[in-house]
Design a protein around this ligand. Structure first.
Ligand SMILES: CC1=C(CCC(=O)O)c2cc3nc(cc4[nH]c(cc5[nH]c(cc1n2)c(C)c5CCC(=O)O)c(CCC(=O)O)c4C)C(CCC(=O)O)=C3C
Ligand SMILES: [Fe+2]
Length: 349
């Protein structure tokens, strides 16, 4: 038998969050997301309302269908002849279905790409736990593609879109970088105990995009806080921050959702609806900058991460493009990377 690590990578698996597609899906979806997580009832009802406001449909699955088609076309255009599969953590198509399909198709060693760019339990280990559970009992050897917060194909599209937004905006526009808030303890554990990679990685991306786009004053703030109000989460909240900016005499903001790969519900609700209303109330001109998923450089990045990882099977020292000061995310996660706040369970490395 050929040792596992000598099987060639033979497929790409797009791994995402999943979202409801119709009103009846909303409650079971939220139950999937929050099983055993102690999210207060009121918060769940509130988040349910965000989905109902958009007809009970999250944009995320359609965005992933488009991304999947774009990746397949890009791979074909570049002579990379590998099949591409898609599975979600929380909604149909589920990871387990994708795994079973791969086995049926004779796949042995798929590489997986996460629609999450940064280190955190929610964006890194939780996906790896879900993958370990989904692959249980199947002869598949899963290979992780590195996180890409500092890949030119992620930073570049944000920089370009921010520059374009600022070109249309008045002098003195303040650039507000926004990401998903997480508990302080989750931030501390991200990248390893006490590392705090989540916040550091976002600070770095904010700096790179601001400098690359020729932005003036900028800040990094958070949205979508959940959990118990007694638990500290990363702050300030984007709405509080807009109040503060208005109080300082700022009259125009460009909001850049650097924590998000595509326009999913947090972007549509927390930014384009709620933060926009806050800005209107404060008399702030508000523009929301595009996310990178439809940009050809982002799609090409997925292929580059895949071919880079395939090349690493032959030569571990292959070049791994990055921008800025952070090292490329390691080929396999350190054993204590992005710890589960509820205790250790099996996770794919
Ligand atoms: C860091 C991070 C990302 C970015 C990385 C990545 O992209 O993976 C992310 C993505 C997403 N989060 C999403 C949706 C939800 N997240 C929730 C809850 C939570 N998220 C958290 C963090 C993150 N979440 C945390 C610490 C919680 C608390 C509970 C827990 O510890 O798990 C809840 C429950 C309600 C609530 O508590 O708000 C929902 C419905 C969707 C789908 C959106 C759509 O439908 O378009 C996406 C892409
Ligand atoms: Fe979330």
């Amino acid at each position: 038998m050929v040792p596992m690590n000598e099987r060639p990578i033979d497929a790409l698996l797009l791994v995402s969050f999943g979202g409801p597609e119709k009103p009846e899906d909303v409650v079971p979806f939220l139950e999937n997301v929050t099983a055993g997580r102690g999210i207060p009832r009121e918060r769940l009802e509130e988040v349910g309302e965000h989905y109902y406001l958009f007809g009970g449909k999250s944009p995320i699955n359609d965005l992933n269908r488009e991304l999947l088609a774009a990746i397949r076309k890009d791979l074909a255009d570049h002579g990379v002849d590998l099949p591409v599969y898609w599975g979600n953590r929380n909604w149909d198509p589920y990871l387990r279905d994708a795994m079973e399909q791969m086995v049926a198709d004779g796949i042995r060693r798929p590489a997986f790409f996460l629609t999450s760019a940064y280190s955190s339990y929610s964006g890194c280990r939780q996906y790896r736990e879900n993958l370990a559970e989904a692959v249980n009992g199947l002869d598949l050897d899963l290979v992780r593609l590195r996180l890409y917060f500092n890949h030119p194909g992620f930073v570049g599209p944000f920089t370009e879109a921010t520059r374009a937004a600022l070109a249309e905006a008045p002098e003195g526009t303040h650039t507000v970088f926004v990401t998903h808030s997480i508990p302080d303890t989750m931030n501390d554990a991200s990248g390893g105990p006490g590392v705090g990679a989540y916040r550091t990685q976002h600070e770095e991306v904010a700096r790179l995009v601001a400098e690359g786009a020729g932005a003036g004053e900028y800040s990094l703030v958070y949205c979508s806080r959940s959990g118990s109000p007694r638990t500290p989460w990363l702050e300030p909240d984007v709405n509080d921050h807009l109040e503060e900016l208005a109080g300082r005499g700022i009259t125009s903001v460009a909001v850049v959702p650097i924590g998000f790969v595509s326009d999913h519900m947090e972007v549509l609700y927390d930014l384009d609806t709620e933060a926009k209303e806050t800005a209107e109330r404060l008399g702030l001109r508000f523009v929301r900058v595009e996310t990178p998923d439809r940009h050809p450089d982002f799609v090409a990045m997925v292929r580059e991460l895949l071919t880079e990882r395939m090349a690493m099977d032959e030569d571990p020292d292959v070049e791994r493009p990055t921008v800025g000061r952070c090292a490329p995310n390691p080929q396999t996660c350190p054993i204590d990377c992005c710890a589960n706040p509820r205790g250790e369970i099996p996770a794919v490395r």
